[in-house]
Design a protein around this ligand. Structure first.
Ligand code: LR7
Ligand code: MN
Length: 587
């Protein structure tokens, strides 16, 4: 989410030109946004999306009447073509009040027609692609929801209907995961019965969570292809053809669109960077990374070609229905929310399939800063219970790494019965997690047997190299590397991975020790920046002299004598240039 999130922050400023910009400009602007995003610790950052967000006690000062009534009141031109909606000031207080219900600007959503127009955001070359729609398999679109806003849910449905070839749609299945809002219970069936594509509401008798709700839908689906969407998405032209054609060619492909952004404040449609691919971090939280370290993307001959991704975000994808069940559908023991996207990613890859992103398919998702609904069973229990299952079933010895450094997950570990999923893995003759790391994500930053994993300790001061805090939600850390007291128990912010003797020095979330100014500055500063694979990020450790030498400049890692920061200086053998690589066991 690194850059996506920044776009969101940009919506208040004049940066809406982003929509028109090319990918590189987008990238640059996004970087600048960091200046005004709050400084937050990595833990808070992650918590921002999950933890602090899911507080259960929602809209306490709103009457049931408001929560249960449908306030959809469309103004014909509002939000047209994806432009932002700015409310007149007399509505601000009301908007703020209603914001709590869904954790997005409900008043704005309810003023935008459910069938609004959107820009065609594809690259020109995508628009010239032709498909034999009549001969492509038909899809069942499965949308699960819990207490979604009427306008957001139906805008998803209408966007599917208006911008998909009719011949490719078998049906739309709306799975209601025990919503309590009155209008969803009373008027939805009647409304969808009138749509031009067969659309049905399937009701779950009790709250089962999104994973089991999707299974409910999938089991009743009749289309050859299953396409899953969150209940607050908007599809653009060509979205479906570009997904389904790939699946039709090879039934073991799971294909995702590029995920654009609907602003939670203005409902503007914001195009996002096309070359993101998905993976995860040391806490098993899904993360977007840019293409710097993905050969798969760079080596494509044609940028309209889909590219492989180690993991998917989870909400938006197309999969062959028979293959979905063959490969193990979902882990039914997973509760409410979270982890199923990594579970499916590992499973598909390790058991012979693949996951890819089709750059000519763009679907926008309404990103929220917090989750609006309750997590029955407790946020942490639910999420880390699910993630513990992912680790136990699919990650082999890396499960130990995960539990060792993630106490929240460790607490849930013993409660998990995973035998049937392990049997599935055996029955499908799936590859190991090591295979996955080696073949699917070769530029990963997880510890490996043939790599150093641990702390970089300064011999003179006994302090440890530490990566800077990430600025703002979902950003990769970037900034000067610092030297801080080594913690009593090893912490992830002081852990680095390096293949000895010469390699990048990487840490969580694909950031690396880097020296961008080494050609211009005397004593250039050592920073932590996104791993790019550039030579500038390569280091050699000389075990005998305990030197860390920067390959390009042949200078040595040193502690600046004036300031307490890391620099490069001519190698001189002084103790300020001596570093101990202290291994930490991870299994
Ligand atoms: O108990 C629940 N029952 C439900 O039916 C909880 C949720 N839901 C529904 C909900 O109404 C929504 O339609 O499930 C859908 C997903 O829930 P969100 O929108 O709260 O999830 P999210 O967008 O924050 O989270 C992402 O991660 C989830 C992990 O379980 C799911 O995989 C979501 O599908 C996924 N969303 C996306 O991938 C959209 C793109 C985001 C990115 C990157
Ligand atoms: Mn969502």
């Amino acid at each position: 989410l690194v850059l996506l999130w920044n776009h969101l922050e940009a919506l208040d400023s004049d940066d809406l030109g982003l929509q028109e910009s090319d990918d590189w400009l987008t990238l640059r602007l996004a970087r600048n946004q960091q200046d005004y995003i709050d400084r937050r610790g990595v833990h808070v950052v992650v918590g921002h999306y999950l933890g602090d967000s899911v507080d259960g006690g929602l809209h306490s000062n709103l009457s049931d009447e408001i929560i249960n009534s449908n306030l959809y009141d469309p103004k014909p031109n509002e939000g047209r073509n994806g432009v932002p909606v700015n409310l007149p000031s007399h509505l601000h207080a009301k908007a703020q009040q209603l914001y709590q219900i869904n954790r997005f600007n409900l008043l704005v959503s309810d003023r935008i027609p459910v069938n609004r127009t959107l820009p065609d955001v594809r690259k020109p070359k995508c628009k010239t692609k032709v498909f034999n729609e009549e001969f492509l398999p038909k899809s069942s679109i499965v949308i699960v929801f819990h207490n979604e806003a009427w306008s957001a849910l139906l805008r998803t449905v209408h966007s599917v209907i208006s911008r998909s070839p009719r011949s490719m749609l078998k049906e739309i299945l709306l799975v209601d995961d025990a919503s309590t809002r009155e209008f969803l219970k009373s008027s939805l069936d009647e409304y969808v019965a009138k749509l031009s594509v067969p659309t049905r509401v399937i009701r779950s008798p009790g709250r089962v969570g999104l994973i089991k709700a999707r299974l409910l839908g999938a089991r009743q689906a009749e289309g050859e292809i299953l396409v899953f969407l969150d209940a607050h998405c908007e599809c653009t032209l060509g979205w479906l053809e570009n997904l389904v054609a790939r699946v039709a060619e090879d039934r073991t492909r799971v294909v995702c669109p590029v995920i654009d952004i609907i602003s939670d404040v203005t409902f503007a449609y914001v195009r996002s960077f096309e070359l993101h691919w998905g993976a995860f971090n040391w806490e098993l939280h899904f993360r977007w990374y840019t293409y710097g370290s993905s050969d798969a993307i760079i080596k494509r001959k044609d940028f309209t070609e889909p590219f492989k991704t180690p993991a998917m975000a989870g909400g938006l994808f197309a999969i062959d229905r028979a293959y979905f069940f063959h490969i193990g559908a979902y882990d039914e023991e997973m509760q409410v929310w979270g982890g199923e996207n990594l579970e499916m990613s590992f499973r598909v890859w390790q058991c012979g399939g693949s996951i890819e992103i089709a750059p000519c398919s763009h679907v926008a998702h309404l990103f929220r800063k917090a989750s609006p609904y309750s997590f029955p069973g407790g946020v942490s229990e639910v999420l880390y219970g699910n993630l513990a299952r992912v680790a136990l079933v699919w990650m082999d010895e890396w499960a130990e790494f995960y539990f060792k450094f993630n106490p929240e997950a460790e607490k849930q570990r013993d409660k998990q019965a995973v035998r049937s999923r392990l049997e599935l893995r055996k029955q499908l003759k799936c590859h190991s997690f090591k295979w996955y790391l080696t073949h699917v994500w070769p530029h990963h930053f997880l510890p490996m047997d043939d790599k150093f994993f641990g702390r970089i300790r300064h011999v003179q001061t006994h302090k440890c190299v530490e990566k800077p805090l990430a600025k703002g939600s979902m950003n990769q850390a970037s900034g000067p590397a610092s030297l801080l007291p080594c913690t009593h128990l090893p912490v992830l912010t002081q852990m680095f991975v390096m293949k000895l003797p010469t390699d990048l020095i990487a840490t969580d979330e694909s950031v690396c020790l880097d020296v961008p100014e080494y050609e211009n500055d005397i004593s250039p500063r050592v920073r932590i920046l996104a791993c790019s694979g550039f030579n500038r990020q390569r280091w050699t450790y000389d075990k005998e002299n305990q030197e860390l030498r920067h390959v390009d400049s042949k200078l040595c890692l040193d502690l600046s004598s004036k300031h307490n920061y890391l620099v490069l200086n001519a190698c001189n053998g002084y103790t300020s240039q001596r570093w101990e690589l202290e291994s930490v066991s991870w299994k």
